[in-house]
Write a new protein. Structure first.
Length: 435
């Protein structure tokens, strides 16, 4: 008797085999792009001390206030959290292993992040991020490089419609001056603020500008602008970034309300947005976070980074029909009889030794079925060739090589080849088909 089904967890997705080629395609394009810019991969655990995120991301943020999956370790009572983002952990690891001892480092990571927010299209409890962290670089060239890299990834994937928005958050003192005026402005309008905004008015008013509440949009649009409070150095950094973007023909828009969801940013912040994914239109976001390394206990060093939401990127590729070409396997092994099965398994291994992708026919009942039903499976597998071994082939130490697709006239061609020359015959067939 079957047991009751157990379902997956709400807001967490299975990546099914039909989607795998698209994910692999994105990861492969991303990896080669990251190599082109000299980035090195880092992998950190999915669980960290809760304190890391509280200190790194900021206590008064959506993430720390309400989105973290936190729990107590039953063995030792430690407070742990499933990572909601990748930067704090990458920086924690870089400090712990003294990665910056011989100069700045360019790091990248990929993996699942966890946030307890209301699930909807493009917003999940578990989602994947591809992120980069340029640790130890101070100039606007580092910010520009990350933006250029992102732009290249989109272009390599065929995406051309994403828009870049940038802003500068300046430095702490500049934000403090702006904060005073912003609070005064918001206090004049407390009656119109929602609960979140009212609570943040005094704890973290800058975050009110980042509100998703449409009813507050006019109010926040008219609020004092941080740009008007930037000192000379901050302005020079922002202008430096802009002239590098212009010199590389990257169009951008300054969005004065862009503050980003995390507390650790200073100077540059940016987002890549699309109008093709409904409300969840931010595909990637990042910026500079010079204070963070010292904030989590390292020796002060400038840094900037970026995180990209892969579900949103993949959704956009599907929306734009930018799917990778389907790839079948190279050879499907068809066999009948005990001796043929054993021989086919050996030949399949030899073909794989030669670098070919091989599917070995197997069935649910342990038999192999008729040749006809096996050939149907071979066709459906997308294989270029079927290798067929029956009693006659065993007796003759041979195998039948049958073309399943390929050039004109090639379809259906079948010939017998000696078993010990099968690998060469298959390779020759591929070579002549490609000529
Ligand atoms: P949002 O404003 O959409 O909540 P955020 O500012 O919280 O985004 P970041 O923390 O900067 O986002 O994360 C970078 C990217 O990760 C986002 O631009 C988005 O593409 C993706 N992302 C963030 N949260 C989620 C989520 N819950 N589900 C899926 N993707 C997400
Ligand atoms: Mg968020």
């Amino acid at each position: 008797m079957s047991q009751e089904k157990i379902a997956g967890i709400r807001g967490m997705n299975d990546m099914l085999p039909a989607e795998a080629p698209l994910w692999e395609h994105v990861e492969q394009v991303a990896r080669s792009m990251l190599r082109a810019y000299g980035y090195q991969q880092i992998r950190t655990p999915i669980v960290e001390n809760t304190q890391l995120f509280k200190r790194g991301i900021g206590e008064v943020t959506d993430i720390v206030e309400k989105e973290m999956y936190s729990f107590e370790d039953r063995l030792n009572g430690e407070q742990l959290t499933l990572r909601p983002e990748g930067t704090a952990a990458a920086v924690r690891s870089a400090i712990e292993h003294n990665l910056l001892y011989d100069g700045p480092k360019r790091l990248w990571y990929i993996g699942p992040m966890f946030r307890h927010e209301r699930p909807q299209r493009g917003r999940y409890h578990q989602f994947y991020q591809l992120g980069v962290e340029a640790l130890g670089f101070a100039g606007p060239d580092a910010d520009a490089e990350i933006i250029l890299m992102c732009h290249r990834l989109f272009t390599d994937l065929g995406l051309i419609g994403l828009k870049l928005e940038i802003n500068s958050l300046g430095q702490a003192e500049e934000r403090a001056a702006h904060r005073k005026d912003l609070i005064a402005y918001l206090e004049q309008h407390t009656d119109k603020l929602d609960e979140d905004a009212r609570r943040r008015l005094h704890t973290n008013p800058l975050r009110v500008l980042d509100t998703k509440n449409l009813a507050l949009q006019d109010l926040v649009s008219a609020a004092p602008r941080l740009a008007d409070y930037l000192g000379e150095e901050s302005r020079a950094h922002f202008e430096g970034l802009q002239s590098l973007l212009k010199a590389n023909n990257i169009p951008y828009k300054i969005n004065h309300r862009l503050v980003r969801g995390l507390d650790y940013y200073n100077l540059t912040v940016f987002e890549w947005v699309t109008d093709k994914l409904g409300a969840q239109g931010t595909v990637a976001g990042g910026g500079r976070y010079d204070p963070l390394i010292a904030q989590i206990g390292g020796k002060s060093a400038p840094a900037c980074g970026l995180a990209m939401g892969l579900e949103r990127l993949i959704e956009l590729l599907k929306e734009e029909n930018l799917l990778p070409e389907e790839e079948g396997c190279d050879v499907y092994m068809v066999h009948q009889g005990e001796a043929a099965r054993a021989q086919a398994l050996i030949l399949a291994e030899r073909l794989r030794d030669a670098g070919l992708n091989v599917i070995f026919h197997s069935t649910a009942d342990g038999g192999s079925g008729s040749f006809k039903s096996q050939m149907k499976k071979a066709d459906a597998s997308g294989a270029a060739y079927a290798v067929i071994i029956g009693e006659d082939e065993i007796a003759a130490s041979a195998a039948q090589l049958k073309s399943l697709r390929g050039g004109e006239g090639a379809e259906g061609q079948q010939r017998s080849v000696p078993a010990d020359q099968l690998v060469e015959a298959v390779i020759d067939a591929f070579v002549s088909a490609s000529e």
